[in-house]
Write a protein that binds this ligand. Sequence first.
Ligand code: SF4
Ligand code: ZN
Ligand code: ZN
Length: 298
Amino acid sequence: MVKCKCGNKGIYYQKYSNKYLCRECFINDVERRVKKTLGRNILKRNTKIIIGLSGGKDSIVMTYILKKLFKDIPDTKIDAIFIDEGIKGFRDKARKIITEFCKNEEINLKIISFDKELGIKLDDIVPNLDKLNIGKPCSFCGVVRRYLLNKYSQGYDYLAIGHNLDDFAQTILMNYIEGNIKNLIQFGKTTEGFVKRIKPLKLIPEEEVKLYADLLNLPYQKEPCPYSSISYRNKIKNILSILEKDKPGVKFSILKGYEKLLSIIDYNEKINRCKICGYPCSGEICRVCQWLKMLKVR
Ligand code: SF4
Ligand code: ZN
Ligand code: ZN
């Protein structure tokens, strides 16, 4: 039997630290890293956080740990927001999981739908993507989701997003490869006019998020979105796993290097307000309002 340093049976081999961890020590290790990521400036009295909860393992684990870490800190508020894009057979399932999870965890949940907010569901937009000059559903969905998350996080100190270490390493690498410097910077910084974003799982590899969820029997949606087109991201994922095999810890070093770079880059885009809805944007009218005009919804 392989043992954890505490003497109990090891259930997980953490390659980058070359350690076997037992169930207890693994759970503590994950929570300790989330605590470290948040730091004392966030883990304190009077902090108000809104969580973007999708129903996938990352956002569920993040919510569970945030709730646990803030449990004994007075005057704090942790609410969640769920965006229902209108994807039949997929989001309705997530909605059920989340509603029950938030009830059990005593979390105030706001459900916001594309249908109510925009007057149209994602399922009805997909056949019209050509009209908007958009190639993939995600390009529309991602922008609108961000728009709604920003809108409904106003009044909170932080908006918590469930990106794990793998998401970070993949996004950073993809943006480098494509030379997409603006996106690269925006991923790590909060745009002026928005509530500050925090990513509590940034030091937790994806497989550890999954293991944490499974060890604690947390409910989460396992099937992927029917519109997801992640082929390029998957290639990057494969490249990263080859690198990680050769040199465990490479994802951490990609993140570290990126953060060093961010700290010395002084980049501030001039931000206007959308003339129609008031949303911060670089042009005169934000992308969501432009699309809604083209779809003749607004
Ligand atoms: Fe939206 Fe794409 Fe995510 Fe599906 S995979 S929810 S379409 S961004
Ligand atoms: Zn142990
Ligand atoms: Zn607008």
